[in-house]
Design a protein around this ligand. Structure first.
Ligand code: PLP
Length: 385
């Protein structure tokens, strides 16, 4: 007769059922009948799972889905977008190497390149990748990779993926703003694509996640970094992301059509000095956007006349939520210079387009007339003052 605690731990049998939706394999470790069974998995002689930091069935379904959607051979999931970006970089560079990055990128990635990597003996040139002359001048014999976002967070600058892919170093694109539904960098020649899955892939502001998609050999290298640095995606987060992806196309169509209407409204409002949205003809890279993207997405940046007007706008909005992050069904608005990009030193912000009066908006899927009505009441107040 077994004791109470033994029964509490072991009673009840696990009977896999064929659910329409895959289960959350909420387990850290896996059971084997013989040591050899486990060794075979470790040494690649058979497929399976040993420990969830290095692999989990729910996470694996997410990886397979992302590889298919991005048109890559393989994918690796991480706990967050930064987990994925840092693993992609660390799987390539060593002390003495050189990186070229577009300087118009997310604040923490900027920080990783300008603070963390130089400490590890990696030199970084932060340049404007839309300027090919600057790229050619920056290339060195030890340049191992070129990194960029397109469109960039938050300034909505684009980089020509096809053109950059012609250069020899490994090219990595952060495709968070576009998602695989609207842009596929691998098909345009890039070697690696990365996402903060926290954003549109999830779509609901309820989980963190990151993913790298590339060829099998590159993904194997990122697996080594995952194993040793440990930024693993939790099974529950993988499950939430799997649910989010199912409606990605529907959401992106709605985000894009709403954002187009909001951008046109903002462009016509006297309180707004300038709007940055690749779908607008006034965007300097509108033609490139039409060539390499299948839609213009849900992100907009715009400049008010002054910081105090930008601050008043964010205070006066009622439907749009003041919050960092993006890609949620709710419309979010925020101030990059003091929020997402505060890690960028003040003296560098101006040259990166991070002006104090710049506001970033992640247009949600609400009825667009309601979003515009909210903006209108807040912008009209700013003019009346
Ligand atoms: N890349 C972009 C373009 C982002 O906007 C963000 C976060 O805002 C990240 C990467 C980092 O992602 P995470 O917050 O999931 O680590």
């Amino acid at each position: 007769m077994k004791g109470f605690t033994t029964k509490a731990v072991h009673a009840g049998r696990y009977t896999p059922a064929k659910g329409v939706v895959p289960p959350i394999y909420q387990t850290a470790t896996y059971a084997f009948d013989t040591p050899k069974e486990m060794q075979d998995i470790f040494e690649g002689r058979s497929a399976g799972f040993v420990y969830s930091r290095v692999g989990n069935p729910t996470q694996k379904i997410f990886e397979e889905k992302m590889a298919v959607l991005e048109g890559g051979e393989s994918a690796k999931a991480f706990a967050s977008g930064m987990g994925a970006i840092s693993a992609a970089i660390l799987s390539v560079v060593r002390a003495g190497d050189h990186i070229i990055s577009d300087r118009f990128i997310y604040g923490s990635t900027y920080d990783l390149f300008t603070e963390m990597l130089p400490r590890l003996g990696v030199s970084v040139s932060m340049i404007d990748l839309s300027d090919i002359d600057e790229l050619e001048e920056s290339l060195q014999e030890n340049t191992r990779l070129i990194f960029y976002e397109t469109p960039s967070n938050p300034t909505m600058k684009l980089v020509d993926i096809k053109k950059i892919s012609e250069y020899h170093p490994i090219t990595m694109v952060d495709n968070t703003y576009m998602t695989p539904y609207l842009q596929n960098p691998l098909e345009l020649g890039s070697d690696v694509v990365i996402h903060s899955a926290t954003k549109y892939i999830s779509g609901h502001c309820d989980t963190l996640g990151g993913v790298i998609v590339s060829d099998a050999e590159f993904i194997e290298r990122t697996h080594q970094v995952l194993k040793d640095f440990g930024a693993a995606m939790s099974p529950f987060n993988a499950w939430l992301l799997l649910r989010g992806i199912k409606t990605l196309a529907l959401r992106m169509d709605r985000h894009s059509s709403n954002a187009m209407k909001v951008a046109e409204f903002l462009e016509g409002h006297p309180a707004v000095r300038r709007v940055y949205y690749p779908g607008l003809k006034s965007h300097p890279q509108h033609r490139l956007a039409e060539r390499q993207m299948r839609g213009f997405g849900g992100m907009i940046a715009f400049e008010m006349q002054s910081y105090s007007e930008a601050e008043a706008l964010m205070r006066d909005l009622e439907l749009c939520t003041l919050a960092v992050s993006l890609g949620c069904v709710e419309t979010l608005i925020q101030h990059p210079a003091s929020m997402t990009h505060r890690a960028v030193p003040e003296e560098r912000r101006e040259s990166l387009g991070l002006r104090d009066e710049l506001v970033r908006m992640s247009v949600g899927i609400e009825d667009v007339d309601d979003i515009i009505r909210d903006l209108s009441q807040a912008l009209d107040r700013s003019i009346a003052q």
